[in-house]
Design a protein around this ligand. Sequence first.
Ligand code: GRF
Length: 209
Amino acid sequence: MEVRDNHWGLLKIGVLASGRGSNLQAILDATLDGRLEAEVAVVISDNPNAYVLERARMNNIPAFAVELGGKPSKQAYEEEIVRVLREHEVGLVCLAGYMRIVTPVMLKAFPNRMINIHPSLLPSFQGLHAQGQALEYGVRFSGCTVHFVDEGVDTGPIIIQAVVPVLQDDTEDTLSARILEQEHRIYVEAVRLYAQGKLTIKGRRVFYE
Ligand code: GRF
């Protein structure tokens, strides 16, 4: 199944994030310096105080807080997010440190058009504190994964992974920093492949043209 139908026109990206937004920055930088032919059209956070919103505004990107609190249901919350994404004609949704589980409301609105970055070599260490889980388990290598989003948590078809060594004296912080450097690289690369219409999904496997 080809995953991008709008080969024509510049790809508009919507970023969903809950925190500091360094992955947003990496994608944004790549669009600005010409490495990535795409445009970050909107940034949405479930946390009104997240630094990611500040980053977006500093770059003149429309930025919205959509809070779950106060909404009658998670469905209503996601419908609001979908509305904002559609309003900005988003063709690809990038989850970048978005700390909520996505439900079918968003998945159905953006089928095969939503990707996520996770700081481990999936399927190892899904969920929260992946870097801490890797340290605790004692693996010699960890890394990061960009994957399509499906109904599970960190389970969708894998687009790209990068491997990072775990060193003897690593703490969760030092390992996270080493992984983050690779996150910034592979997230841009994954969006680039997507934007160029080069990705195809067959079952669980993603193929490059
Ligand atoms: C990253 O480690 C990402 O893999 C995880 O959350 C973190 C977000 O970092 N899902 P940032 O907000 O992009 O700096």
